[in-house]
Write a protein that binds this ligand. Structure first.
Ligand code: FNR
Length: 346
């Protein structure tokens, strides 16, 4: 693996800076949403079923490990542990952007571990919206991936000293969706998607989106730390939080499958995302933090507890299945009601 390659170096810095700025607090707006408990749950805790269909495969939890890394020695370690954990939990795992593999095929091992450790699991390849359909298929083939993620990261690119400055992506996405041999999920990287974006994506044939809103990992902050000339942290102010972006998705929830990510910290954040229309909930910052700070077996214990608490909350709202969560009474505070009104969502 080339040691001084700038793209690989950037990926290593992302891992380090994501941990440096990680906080237990989420800014995704889940505190502005309340679920009401059910005093008469009429169920047994042990009968609660957390399984869902993720695209076309049954998984054990409505959770997946979202795109993080690849290309470096450090990535190999994290992708190894992420895929082992995904295998144990029977949940999907995504690679980080495979642009580095397409440019430097000798980095393939850092991605291939995702499939090797998880031979029967749901593995997702990840590329940028500017790769062509042949390259997208190469990224899928390397991992025998079950789906492809295409990331939209215009704000991140603009904040990067070496970032792209041209963003003509829609036609390209249309071609990729039409030609690759697996379902395509289009995702943001922590700034959220609006109804207008969802409409544009729907029109070019996209059926799966991950709104990946603001509230957790913040690439304005991370790239500002890498860019010594510009402090662009204030750019957060015009991105969409995960809860705002989930509201934006309401008119599209019948015709597209919506995944939620961005600032997921607690089992309650997962349940609220599901109640707001997500089919499954992605996490990057939280799982990466645990793998950076603790051992793999300690991280496994964390997820065992996470699962117990998901069930506990489901029991408290009277939901025996993930489908039942959609029936729980939900209350939005004034800020989100105001947001939804101004955006003509309600
Ligand atoms: C990311 N994310 C990301 N997304 C993507 O589509 N391709 C990528 O290569 C990366 N790389 C990456 C590196 C690191 C270190 C982190 C923490 C995250 C974005 C990620 O998938 C997700 O959309 C956001 O991080 C928001 O979720 P969290 O981190 O708040 O749970």
């Amino acid at each position: 693996m080339p040691k001084q390659d700038a793209q690989i170096q950037r990926k290593v810095e992302h891992l380090f800076l994501a941990e440096k700025y990680f906080t237990d607090e989420s800014f995704a707006g889940f505190d502005n949403v309340r679920l009401l408990h059910n005093a008469l749950p009429e169920l047994r805790l042990k009968d609660i079923d957390l399984s869902v269909n993720f695209i076309d495969q049954k998984i054990s939890l409505p959770v997946y490990f979202n795109a993080i890394t690849g290309g470096s020695k450090q990535s190999t370690r994290f992708n190894t542990e992420l895929s082992q954990l995904a295998h144990t939990l029977n949940i999907p795992v995504s690679s980080g952007s495979m642009g580095v593999y397409l440019r430097l095929p000798e980095t393939s091992d850092s991605f291939k571990v995702l499939r090797e450790n998880n031979p029967d699991g749901f593995v997702i390849s990840n590329v940028s919206a500017k790769v062509n359909a042949t390259q997208a298929q190469q990224a899928i083939d390397l991992l025998s991936a079950d789906a492809l993620q295409i990331h939209l990261n215009a704000l991140q690119e603009l904040a990067m000293p070496e970032g792209d400055q041209e963003f003509f992506w829609l036609d390209n996405i249309k071609q990729i969706v039409a030609s690759v041999n697996v379902p395509v999920i289009v995702k943001e990287v922590g700034f959220g998607l609006s109804q207008n974006n969802l409409e544009d994506l729907y029109k070019v044939g996209v059926k799966y989106v991950d709104i990946s809103g603001f509230g957790g990992t913040d690439f304005a902050q991370i790239e500002s730390a890498r860019n010594h000339e510009l402090d662009l942290t204030y750019l957060d102010r015009f991105s969409l939080s995960t809860t705002e972006s989930l509201l934006e998705s309401i008119p599209y929830q019948e015709k597209m499958t919506i995944f939620s990510s961005g600032g997921i910290r607690t089992p309650m954040d997962v349940i609220k995302s599901l109640r707001m229309g997500a089919s499954a909930v992605g996490m990057s910052g939280l799982v990466l933090h645990h793998l950076q700070k603790y051992s793999l077996s300690e991280t496994e214990i964390f997820f065992d507890e996470f699962i117990k608490q998901l069930k506990l909350i489901m029991a408290a709202i009277g939901a025996k299945s993930v489908q039942d969560i959609k029936k729980a009474p939900i209350i939005f505070d004034e800020s989100l009601i105001n947001y939804a009104k101004q955006r003509n969502i309600i």
